[in-house]
Design a protein around this ligand. Structure first.
Ligand SMILES: Nc1ncnc2c1ncn2[C@@H]1O[C@H](COP(=O)(O)OP(=O)(O)OP(=O)(O)O)[C@@H](O)[C@H]1O
Ligand SMILES: [Mg+2]
Length: 378
């Protein structure tokens, strides 16, 4: 039997829990042409959520476009990836598709490639790397809106990990060009997603940036505990396991209700207890020990790289039960003997850059829930 708990990749269908309120809100926004900026810490489920939303609106007859900027590292790879997604806007026969692409993107030369054994056709593009890219980008940034008006379908265009654009579009030229086009498109709802909070804030909250006030901000929170608990219990029971509400709460507690780490813990629990098919509080403790063993090398490596101040601060943060501590308060500094607020500030800045910590509305949290638990046990 297959493990019903999936982590580390996009979750769909029965592997996807709840998010009904978020789905409804986003569908509503899309229907009214609202632009939205979705942000959350790493691995809260942004991509899974938006792909679920896109499936649903597509079924309602909308045009959908999804571009992930995670692997895009230059203007050239951006153009190639963008054009490929534009090609996907037109399903249907390849001849038809090619003709339409030529109309939309006249400056690109499409190349049809066969993938694998089944005849799975994809379009890739060639272009003159020395030519001026601005007109080509103009074509790309108009493409979704053009197809939308040609087909009479409202559209939604998603840019996942959008903050990555700042790493190669250093002067913000592409950003500016995008905004110039996108702001004219009334029938397209643009959705920008990202996990690096400080970069997302910079892109959308700084008055001097092109995308300042471009859309509604949508912070994605954890999955509500009751809903997540129901999901976990159902998954276990459907596969013949015994659990109870108390044990499920304990799992959620051990993983701080974090979507990814909760699934990871459940996955291990399911694997370890396949014989007995029963999950108890003891099995949770044992599963956590397994996590620590698996991760010991990585955690130790990370620990070795940290400055003394960072170590002291992390241990102090890990010990706090409350996830929303204010690390600059004099109480906290005194209690943990941390010295001046400014030195703690410097340590935090670096820990945020290195993504050991993440900023939340109320304070700071560990990116890796189990690293925090490991520190607690040190
Ligand atoms: N609605 C959900 N139901 C069940 N599990 C979920 C849900 N959302 C997220 N997860 C868990 O979190 C993991 C990460 O999800 P996903 O990749 O969608 O998040 P993300 O926020 O896009 O992450 P990243 O920051 O890496 O881009 C999934 O593999 C799954 O284990
Ligand atoms: Mg993602």
């Amino acid at each position: 039997m297959e493990n019903p708990f999936v982590y580390g990749k996009v979750v769909r269908g029965k592997y996807f829990a709840d998010r009904e309120a978020e789905i409804a809100e986003l569908i509503n926004d899309i229907a009214s042409g609202q632009n939205v900026i979705v942000f959350s810490p790493r691995r809260y489920g942004k991509t899974s959520l938006i792909l679920e939303v896109l499936d649903r609106v597509k079924a309602e007859g909308l045009l959908t476009f999804y571009l992930d900027l995670f692997k895009v590292t230059s203007q050239e790879t951006f153009i190639a990836a963008y054009a490929k997604e534009v090609a996907r806007l037109h399903g249907g026969r390849i001849q038809n598709m090619l003709k339409k692409i030529r109309d939309l993107l006249p400056r690109l030369v499409p190349k049809v490639v066969m993938k694998g054994e089944k005849v799975d056709v994809e379009v890739e593009f060639e272009f003159d790397p020395s030519a001026d890219k601005a007109p080509l980008l103009d074509d790309l940034f108009e493409a979704v809106a053009t197809v939308s008006s040609q087909t009479g379908k409202r559209a939604v265009a998603v840019f996942d990990e959008f903050q990555e654009i700042t790493s190669w579009d250093v002067k913000g030229q592409i950003e500016r060009q995008m905004r110039t086009h996108f702001q004219m498109h009334e029938d397209v709802s643009y959705i920008f997603m990202g996990s690096k909070r400080h970069l997302m804030q910079e892109l959308f909250r700084n008055k001097n940036r092109p995308f300042y006030r471009f859309g509604k901000h949508f912070p994605l929170e954890k999955i509500p505990e009751d809903e997540f608990a129901k999901f976990i219990q159902t998954r276990f029971e459907e596969t013949g396991f015994q659990t109870g509400p108390d044990v499920v709460r304990e799992i959620l507690h051990a993983a701080d209700d974090h979507p990814y780490y909760t699934q990871l813990l459940c996955h291990i629990l399911w694997d370890r207890n396949q014989q007995e098919k029963i999950i108890t509080k003891e099995s949770i403790t044992a599963a956590l020990q397994e996590v620590f063993m698996r991760e010991a090398h990585a955690f130790q490596g990370l620990w070795d790289m940290l400055t003394l101040k960072a170590r002291q601060l992390l241990v102090a943060l890990a010990k706090e039960e409350d996830t929303q501590v204010r690390p600059f308060s004099s109480d906290f500094l005194r209690k943990h003997n941390l010295g001046s607020a400014s030195s703690v500030q410097r340590a935090i800045t670096r820990l945020l850059e290195e993504e050991v910590l993440e900023k939340t509305d109320g304070g700071y949290q560990f990116t890796d829930v189990f690293f925090k638990r490991w520190l607690r046990e040190m």
